[in-house]
Design a protein around this ligand. Structure first.
Ligand code: R5P
Length: 294
């Protein structure tokens, strides 16, 4: 059976339809102090597939997920597969400044210790995070379906486009989509102040991009700062149109408006987070992973 966490009802429903298995919706009440109460019927020794994405309010969505896993374990579920389309805390995957806690390690331990058998996630920020999990965790890529969407929805002239990564950390991702779309890539040089969080981008590109269209690709958009900075530099180099692709559109602090005001034609993301940019459905690829591993 597929159990929908409160954060991922629609996606869970699509997955249950694809798998042709029972769909269970969790009944949620949030109290005045912010605590969640969740009610789900007995899962009675079944294989439970829980779907809960960890977008904001992140900590609330985490505790809800832990509660559901705990309940399945209490009901003696035969197996607990947890689908976490957007894995929170994956950006704190090392101690960048002395004394910082590796948040993804804490989250990994919590999810495992509640009784999870295996995890499926999508485009985790850095694959290094996977090493903190001691149970099976499958990290699937949304790049092929993002590329497919682009081909089928002619927002821009793909042949006259260049793939742009807003930072060097995204090189592998940019290369992957560039291969699928047969385009050249440009990786911007972004630096982020570890204390203030402010980003700056090197303006010297060493490449002529005038008159081309840019397909900016990132794993996630949070405040939009990285994309806006990238757009400023691309515009200085007389790029024509810009569209943005990402797996996780978290969109905080008016990120959507900021990005559109920076001259972007369209933001396309998966439905790991349900919002205005969620145009690419993860249900088919997530269902396939479940089928192929069970
Ligand atoms: C950073 O390495 C990530 O890949 C994203 O570029 C970043 O997290 C986006 O954050 P923001 O939208 O706040 O710039």
């Amino acid at each position: 059976m597929v159990i929908a966490g409160p954060a991922s009802r629609d996606l869970a429903k699509s997955i249950s339809k694809n798998l042709n298995v029972k769909f269970i919706e969790s009944e949620l009440k949030v109290f005045a102090d912010g605590e969640s109460k969740i009610r789900i019927p007995s899962v009675d020794k079944k294989h439970c597939i829980i779907v809960q994405s960890l977008y904001p309010p992140i900590d609330r969505h985490i505790i809800q997920l832990l509660m559901i896993i705990h309940k399945c374990r209490g009901d003696n579920a035969s197996k607990i597969t947890v689908i976490i389309p957007y894995m929170a805390y994956a950006r704190q995957d090392k101690m960048f400044l002395e004394g910082e806690i590796i948040s993804i390690l804490v989250l990994a331990e919590l999810i495992e210790n509640c009784g999870t058998t295996e995890i499926i996630t999508v485009d985790i920020h850095n694959e290094h995070s996977l090493s903190y999990f001691s149970i099976t965790i499958k990290n699937i890529s949304a790049i092929p379906i993002l590329a497919e969407y682009l081909k089928n929805n002619k927002t821009i002239d793909i042949e006259k486009s260049i793939i742009v990564s807003p930072d060097e950390g995204g090189t592998k991702r940019a290369k992957k989509i560039a291969e699928l779309l047969k385009l050249q890539i440009l990786c911007l040089k972004k630096t982020r102040d570890r204390k203030t969080g402010l980003v700056s981008v090197e303006e010297n590109l060493g490449l002529v991009i005038e008159g081309m269209d840019a397909i900016l690709i990132d794993d996630m958009i949070s405040t939009g700062g990285s994309i806006v900075k990238a757009c400023e530099v691309l515009k200085k180099h007389k790029i024509r149109n810009i569209i943005v692709l990402c797996t996780h559109a978290v969109l905080l602090d008016n990120a959507f408006e900021k990005i559109m005001n920076a001259g972007v034609q369209e933001i396309i993301s998966t439905n790991s987070i349900p919002n205005i940019c969620a145009k690419v459905d993860l249900a088919p690829i997530l269902s396939n992973v479940v089928v192929n591993t069970n």
